[in-house]
Design a protein around this ligand. Structure first.
Ligand code: A2P
Length: 240
């Protein structure tokens, strides 16, 4: 199990390479490029920079070049975390890309590396996937825990689809919190690194106010019982 320290906004988890990653991040998926993204990132409270290798850049040389280009655009010498975005390019090119990511670590251009899918048991620092109470992914989570691979939850708010759920809202009312805050707190108490996406300042702030309450075991169990394999959007398990 990765080591998790849940003690406020500075909460972090220690990856299996000894590096720390903040437990709470900001997702920027589908926020318009340019000022909107820039503002959202500036509103966020910590900068631990993660970027990804996209589908068209798979392959050994092209992955190295893609990372270099990202570093140039970001104005950085290295990123804290470099992830393979999706399994779509197929097993062979994924393997080449993974070799390139390992090379990036030895070059000091990526401090930690991981994947955003779960097709192989390659040792890695972190696995990024969609997980929330309606999509509990128990099997892959217990696999990660057994291999000391940190879990990074994206779409922890179910892309907003389940924020009206009466069960969550009942729990939220009990703690005087919002449904979104309850879902973020559920992820944190599971020990996941959590990336709620918002383009709105007040929501980014609200989503950070999750360290002043603790969900009781009974409420965690009620949330756990909501699992229905609900996939919002793309499901990486359907890729080749
Ligand atoms: P917006 O960007 O307009 O704030 P996920 O992180 O699961 O992908 O969910 C993101 C969705 O949830 C977006 O539609 C986002 O909208 C919305 N969202 C994020 N934070 C909150 C919040 N605190 N309350 C309500 N909706 C939220």
């Amino acid at each position: 199990m990765t080591r998790v320290n849940l003690s406020g906004l500075q909460s972090f988890c220690t990856l299996n390479n000894g590096r720390n990653i903040p437990l709470l991040g900001l997702g920027v998926y589908l926020i318009e490029a340019g000022k909107a993204t820039e503002d959202a990132v500036l509103w966020a409270l910590q900068i631990f920079v993660t970027t990804k290798l996209y589908d068209q850049d798979h392959g050994y040389d092209s992955a190295l070049a893609a990372c270099e280009l990202s570093l140039q655009k970001l104005g950085l010498d290295y990123v804290d975390l470099y992830l393979i975005h999706s399994p779509n390019p197929g097993a062979e090119r994924r393997a080449e890309s993974w070799n390139a990511l390992q090379k990036l670590v030895t070059l000091g251009k990526a401090k930690s590396i991981g994947k955003a899918y779960f097709y192989s048991i390659t040792p890695m620092n972190l696995l990024n996937f969609k997980v929330h109470p309606w999509l509990a992914r128990r099997e892959i989570i217990s696999f990660c825990e057994s291999q000391n691979i940190a879990i990074e939850a994206y779409s922890p708010l179910s892309r907003g689809h389940k924020l009206q759920d009466p069960v969550v809202n009942k729990i939220a009312a009990k703690y005087s919190k919002s449904a979104a805050q309850v879902l973020i707190r559920w992820s944190l108490q599971k020990g996941h690194i959590v990336l709620p996406k918002s383009a709105k300042k007040e929501r980014i702030e609200q989503n950070s106010e999750v360290f002043d309450f603790e969900l009781a075991d009974g409420d965690m169990e009620v949330l756990d019982s909501l699992d229905e394999g609900y996939v919002s959007g793309w499901d990486p398990t359907t890729a080749p």
